[in-house]
Design a protein around this ligand. Structure first.
Ligand SMILES: *Cc1c(COP(=O)(O)O)cnc(C)c1O
Length: 402
């Protein structure tokens, strides 16, 4: 294990997968079987995901980005169309709109939770708006009732980029069932993993079929279906990609999904421990956790994010890293990236809440195998780091954070 020079403690990453002997056995079993890809584990994993999310259809794909691309294609988005996306997200949320030749329009986020602000979505809707992609930033479900009502009143499709929130819920309804179609990622830092991988969930049979075609070259029947029907014939009806997920990966996904609920519970416990210790150490003026919305929900807790005074962020970050604490920053707002500035003329001032928040954000280590002692180590690290930085910084005043 990597240790660092200053204190010889092991490096604590911001996220990490959990792999059990059962996971390994499940993968080995597939390696010894007849199907390495597009075999029985794909449909088993899809059925288990659909059931978990209480929806009719799940389709697995090679990544979360492939899932988002399949969605923008299935929705028929193209040149001239606009899609509203939050500024505070991973670039893939907006890139999937660009893949289709459509235009991402950036909406700002809520000051406390940093999830999509339905009020700003409404302001950004034009007659060209075809869809809204909501992102459950850090695992915090967006206000889906408000977004759904807005989208339905305008005839716009609602997509959930739920890459952070699988295993969470909103007003008793599971993530994955909250929008017209939802996207998941199974990258190792996410709440569960297949190595690389992703999925969509939906109750719309046509959207599910379109994603299935797009996943396999735009062809109407997969190899196993053709074997079953004894037919050599297939038809390519539109342009698609090879975005398939292997049986090897789906076996891992099936095994992981069984343990997801206990991991979400552990992630929430660890987040509560962070909240508790930050306040016990008297740090919440200078190291403030993100807020939670008033509506009932189960937080997916992909990330534990705090805000420090912008003037202190660089030194607090550097000091924690020197302590072997793998803090990170999620995210530079998408519209601030060079590509979007150059291609779409975006830049500072477009989404002021996200831009101001970005200057203050630090993502703390959070993964189910962490111990309470690990959390205490991070909080002690913050305590030291903010003291060292106190010459420069101010206080984050509630209500005046952005
Ligand atoms: C991880 C992530 C993606 C992309 O998923 P990949 O599996 O890495 O392609 C998309 N959106 C968000 C919000 C993510 O966190």
């Amino acid at each position: 294990m990597n240790t660092n020079a200053r204190n010889s403690l092991p490096f604590l990453p911001y996220g990490r997968q959990m792999i059990s002997d059962e996971d390994i056995a499940a993968v080995v079993e597939v390696l010894k079987s007849d199907w390495l890809t597009t075999g029985p584990k794909v449909s088993e994993f899809e059925e288990a995901l659909a059931k978990f999310c209480t929806v009719d259809h799940a389709v697995v794909l090679s990544s979360g980005t492939a899932a988002l691309h399949a969605i923008t294609h299935a929705l028929g988005l193209g040149p001239g169309d606009e899609v509203i996306v939050p500024a505070m997200t991973f670039v893939a949320t907006a890139n999937c709109v660009v893949f289709q030749g459509a235009r991402p329009v950036f909406a700002d986020v809520d000051r406390d939770t940093l999830v999509l602000d339905p009020g700003d979505v409404e302001r950004k809707i034009t007659k060209r708006t075809k869809a809204v992609i909501a992102v459950d930033y850090a695992g915090h479900p967006c206000d889906y009732d408000a977004l759904r009502e807005l989208c339905e009143s305008k005839g716009i499709r609602l997509v959930a980029d739920a890459c952070h929130s699988i295993g969470g819920s909103y007003k008793g309804r599971p993530v994955g069932s909250l929008a017209d179609i939802s996207a998941f990622s199974f990258h190792p830092v996410k709440n569960m993993t297949t190595g690389e991988g992703g999925a969509i969930t939906t109750n719309d049979a046509e959207l599910a079929a379109a994603v299935r075609r797009f996943r396999c070259h735009g062809v109407t029947a997969d190899f196993r279906e053709r074997m079953r029907s004894g037919s050599w014939y297939y038809d390519m009806v539109e342009l698609g990609y090879n975005y398939r997920l292997t049986d090897i990966q789906c076996a891992l996904g099936l095994s992981q999904l069984r343990r997801l609920p206990q991991w979400i519970q552990r992630r929430n416990e660890l987040a509560n421990t962070y909240d508790h210790l930050l306040s016990e150490y008297g740090l919440t003026e200078r190291v403030r956790p993100l807020g939670k919305a008033a509506y009932e929900m189960v937080h997916g807790r992909h990330l534990y994010v705090v805000r420090v005074p912008a003037a202190d962020r660089a030194s607090v970050f550097a000091d924690l890293r020197a302590e072997g604490i793998g803090v990170n920053v999620h995210y530079l707002p998408v519209h601030m990236h060079s590509f979007y500035r150059q291609e779409f003329g975006t830049g500072p001032g477009l989404c002021p809440v996200a831009e101001a928040a970005y200057e203050q954000l630090i993502t703390c280590p959070l993964f189910p195998a962490m111990t309470d002692d690990d959390v205490a180590r991070v909080v002690r690290g913050f305590s030291r780091a903010v003291r060292l930085a106190s010459s420069s910084g101010g206080v984050i005043e509630p209500g005046r954070i952005a």
